[in-house]
Design a protein around this ligand. Structure first.
Ligand code: NDP
Length: 270
């Protein structure tokens, strides 16, 4: 089964739109796009369109110094710095300026700490979107053997924490992992966030696994593909997310959810 992430996302967005319409304020997201990179421009455009779809306000800035002012503006509920930043800018320092209640990407030390403690309003958008997919596909992950490839702060690490909190048994793999195929081929749920086209081949996947492909890559023909050799793995997997039209959509939908929560927090509705 190819997982219909568009349908899962649409149901969520419809609910977000209804809840936003019940507020006396317009939930508003500000995005700082400080690097002129084609991929980042596309991601920001998708965020703008999604905000428009659910009736949110959207503001865009190109100056990284805007962060300091945006965090004080009452009519801006969520502040997101589009990553990666240019190498001469200290990403951690910039993120640290965002107060936790406006940190809709959930990347501040406070929000990541709260995530580890299990008491949080905001979770990072990609793992959050993946949890929604898994909720829809398998209901519970309790007791499942989950393997995550990639240990970035935005995907792999928080993903492993969120799965653990839902009682999955998690193995977090990275470039130093030995016998990767041996580990992945025991996974009930395999999540790949590596960033290499064709990285997960059919021999790395056991029969009837759920495969979540986070990767966004261009193949030699310039086509957008994930990390997984989709045409081979789809025959073996019980369920698999497509690229495009998979985790990426859910990531943006989670961002909308977090922005709605930020607006609700601002008016004391949470
Ligand atoms: P990073 O690029 O920061 O890190 C990649 C990870 O893959 C690292 O942990 C690295 O290990 C690991 N890795 C690299 N090579 C191997 C290998 N041979 N074996 C095992 N592990 C390996 O990851 P991101 O999470 O930022 O991005 C990953 C991919 O997901 C990218 O394609 C990105 O575009 C995409 N992405 C998609 C999103 C979406 O919404 N769909 C959102 C965010 C990202 P090590 O730590 O040891 O270097």
């Amino acid at each position: 089964m190819v997982i219909d992430c568009k349908a899962i996302s649409q149901a969520k967005r419809d609910a977000i739109k209804r809840k936003a319409a019940e507020l006396d304020i317009t939930p508003t997201l500000a995005v700082i796009l400080a690097v002129d990179d084609p991929a980042s421009r596309v991601y920001v455009r998708n965020k703008r369109r999604a905000c428009e779809e659910v009736g949110f306000g959207f503001e865009m800035y190109s100056d990284i110094n805007a962060v300091g002012e945006l965090v004080t503006q009452q009519d801006v509920h969520g502040v997101l710095v589009q990553l990666p930043l240019p190498s001469d800018i200290d990403t951690n320092k910039v993120i640290a300026q965002i107060p936790p209640e406006k940190d809709v990407d959930a990347l501040t030390a406070t929000n990541l700490g709260r995530l580890v403690l299990g008491a949080y309003d905001f979770a990072p958008c990609t793992p959050s979107g993946i949890m929604t997919i898994l909720d829809n596909v398998c209901g519970s992950v309790s007791g499942a053997n989950c393997v995550v490839i990639g240990r970035s702060n935005i995907v792999g690490k928080p993903m492993s924490i969120m799965l653990t909190q839902k009682n999955a048994t998690v193995t977090l793999c990275h470039s130093h992992t030995e016998d990767l195929a041996g580990i992945t081929s025991r996974a009930d749920i395999l999540i790949s966030a590596v960033g290499k086209a064709g990285f997960v081949t059919a021999n790395m996947v056991k029969q009837d696994t759920i495969v979540i492909d986070v990767g966004i890559n261009r193949n030699r023909e310039g086509k957008l593909v994930g990390d997984v050799c989709f045409d081979d793995v789809v025959r073996k997997a019980d369920a698999i997310t497509p690229v495009p039209g998979g985790v990426g959509i859910m990531t943006v939908t989670s961002l909308l959810e977090n922005t709605l929560k930020a607006a609700e927090l601002a008016v004391g509705k949470r």
